[in-house]
Design a binder for this molecule. Sequence first.
Ligand code: DC
Length: 227
Amino acid sequence: MHIHVITIDGPSGSGKGTLAAKVAQHYGYHLLDSGALYRLLGLSLRNKNLLNQLDEKMTDCVEIARQLDIQFIANPNEGIQILLEGQDVTLVIRSEEIGACASKVAAIPELRTALLQRQHDFAQAPGLIADGRDMGTVVFKEAIAKIYLTASAQSRAERRVKQLQAMGLDAKIDAILANIEDRDRRDMERSVAPLKPAEDAFLIDSSLLNIEQVFEMMIQYIDSKLA
Ligand code: DC
């Protein structure tokens, strides 16, 4: 049976994660959250005190990346539970601290290569929704449908403020906006697998759209490619 791979790339805060999960559920496809892989590797290397000696210990780090003992367990009502060496790290890997570890790891070409096979292994019947930065440009160049989802930095910052406020946390838009612009610059300017739309990607700017509207646009586009 032919396996359909659909890629969704874009900057953080564009709504990619939520939409990738909704689209995967709609088609009954598997889901690859590639950012979680970088977060898991960042956490693992931090736990082993290797993050500050990546250059000296590169061979060890590559081996750890290849052998990373991880499990993604789908729970119907609670989303996906993530285990690292048998420990539940679902929430831990979402912290800003581990985000920073992930971003460090993601800038190293040898470690990106070491995670390639892992990512390819997710492509299983009947299909895969692959969410990340380089899914359509590097990891799944042959994907049948490629989406690049973006939104202005201002609107992504506003969404983040609302999320934080909903969690009862204090949020300052200026600091959050500066953070987002910083991260965009790092993701887009890095020499290896920079964030950019694939040439054949369908571009969606979600600045003025809600989740449902973006979802409809994605489904229409994907259906046209699958037809
Ligand atoms: O999407 P996220 O915030 O979970 O991603 C975590 C880090 O990994 C972030 O610095 C971007 C990086 N990343 C990447 O370089 N390539 C991917 N395919 C996915 C994420």
